[in-house]
Ligand binder design. Structure first.
Ligand SMILES: *[C@@H]1O[C@H](CO)[C@@H](O)[C@H](O)[C@H]1NC(C)=O
Ligand SMILES: *[C@@H]1O[C@H](CO)[C@@H](O)[C@H](O)[C@H]1NC(C)=O
Ligand SMILES: *[C@@H]1O[C@H](CO)[C@@H](O)[C@H](O)[C@H]1NC(C)=O
Ligand SMILES: *[C@@H]1O[C@H](CO)[C@@H](O)[C@H](O)[C@H]1NC(C)=O
Length: 365
């Protein structure tokens, strides 16, 4: 009796507009979807489905948590995997994974390894931010078809949107002999990156999105990948990359402040990823790590040459015996353990590290 009443209730709620009985499920009242945009830091395997070499769908990626390579560039989980768990959602699948249409109500992940905010970055090898936004708009249409306009609108406005993007734009600028280097000053280039990121947020806002989690840029030049590019193996960081990251963080912070003022109802969880990573590289033991200066998997100085798994031109690589001792799993990506620590801070951290809201507060808002 109780269950048939519940069915009727849900029928009215979700089926009156779509007339599709198969879709008469009841979303809990506090259901909040989770959408993810960006690069490899948070890509659960979208690149498995495009023609690219920027992928991590081979061993030893995935070795600790999933026990098989999923496409995540880590030994285990990425930041959104932990956040989905905290939010009591299933793992959020990659958008390009076949057959995910029935679970779109939980959200979906559009991030692509190697992607930047600019279309020029690794063009043809990645899903750039503009295309990720287009895919989101496609999902929004699908949801309207499934749930009806008003339910879809409610889902979109209650949903949380997570972003990490820009590192590949700066890496590409510095290493790919890009003509952009001659065309733009560093400041102009940074403003284009940040401008494309804030444009994406604005477009989602126009569709009704209100809750955004944004990670700032780490001290890029001190990643094992970047340190390995500095001649001499002297432990020096790649200063030009760090300089771009610093300009990025200043421009990003100003742009988000501006958006907050002009956009009614917009709520940010801004995570100081940079400070948090620096804390760990300065005091690894304090956070339960033994090594924060070199990758667990790779070759060359700091294991900063990205040969983990031996699928590229370089076949040799070293693999540590316990990734839990490491902050970095490969030349530029984090271990399951490090990702878990960052996710905890984004989810429930103090307002000194994630502000003005943390993600838990956005999910509950
Ligand atoms: C995939 O990309 C490579 C290199 O860019 C190209 O040679 C190849 O033809 C592409 N394959 C397909 C199926 O598009
Ligand atoms: C960089 O690109 C320019 C033209 O865009 C070319 O003339 C030059 O040889 C390239 N340099 C390297 C190191 O590839
Ligand atoms: C976005 O990036 C493109 C280059 O891909 C650039 O031409 C454009 O000006 C950027 N948009 C903003 C708002 O900065
Ligand atoms: C990261 O944080 C450190 C310490 O607060 C600061 O000195 C550095 O400039 C920051 N780096 C970036 C890229 O913002």
């Amino acid at each position: 009796m109780a269950s048939s009443l519940r069915f009727c209730f849900c029928f009215l709620l979700f089926c009156s507009s779509s007339l599709n009985l198969a879709l008469c499920f009841s979303l809990p009242k506090n259901h909040v979807a989770f959408f993810i945009f960006g690069d490899s830091l948070i890509d659960p395997g979208n690149n498995n489905y495009i023609n690219t070499t920027a992928r991590a769908n081979y061993w030893p990626y995935g070795e600790t948590f999933f026990k098989y390579p999923t496409g995540r560039p880590s030994d285990g989980r990425l930041i959104p995997d932990f956040i989905a768990e905290y939010a009591k959602l299933p793992l959020i699948p990659p958008y390009l994974q076949p057959g995910i249409n029935h679970q779109l109500v939980n959200g979906v992940n559009f991030a692509s390894s190697g992607a930047g905010a600019l279309a020029e970055t690794n063009q043809g090898l990645v899903i750039d931010l503009k295309t990720q936004l287009k895919y989101f708009k496609d999902v929004e249409k699908l949801l309207r078809g499934k749930l009806g306009n008003s339910e879809a609108k409610a889902l979109i406005s209650k949903a949380v949107y997570l972003f990490h993007i820009g590192a590949n734009d700066y890496g590409f600028l510095l290493t790919a002999n890009s003509t952009m280097f001659q065309t733009f000053t560093k400041q102009q280039f940074v403003e284009m990156v940040v401008g494309n990121l804030t444009d994406t947020i604005k477009e989602i806002y126009k569709k009704g999105g209100r809750k955004f989690g944004i990670l700032n840029m780490v001290t890029l030049g001190c990643l094992p990948l970047m340190k390995a590019l500095v001649p001499g193996n002297t432990d020096a960081c790649f200063e030009e990359a760090t300089e771009l990251a610093k300009l990025h963080n200043v421009a990003l912070s100003q742009a988000l402040d501006k958006l907050e003022i002009i956009s009614k109802g917009l709520k940010f969880a801004k995570y100081d990823f940079n400070t948090s990573l620096i804390e760990r590289t300065n005091n690894p033991e304090k956070y339960g790590f033994k090594e924060a200066n070199r990758g667990c998997c790779g070759s060359g100085p700091y294991n900063g040459i990205p040969s983990c798994g031996g699928k590229g031109d370089i076949k040799e690589y070293e693999l540590c015996s316990d990734p839990n001792e490491y902050v970095f799993f490969d030349s530029s990506h984090l271990t399951d353990k490090a990702n878990g620590q960052f996710a905890e801070e984004i989810w429930g951290g103090s307002h000194k590290i994630t502000w003005p809201y943390n993600l838990k507060e956005l999910f509950e808002a």
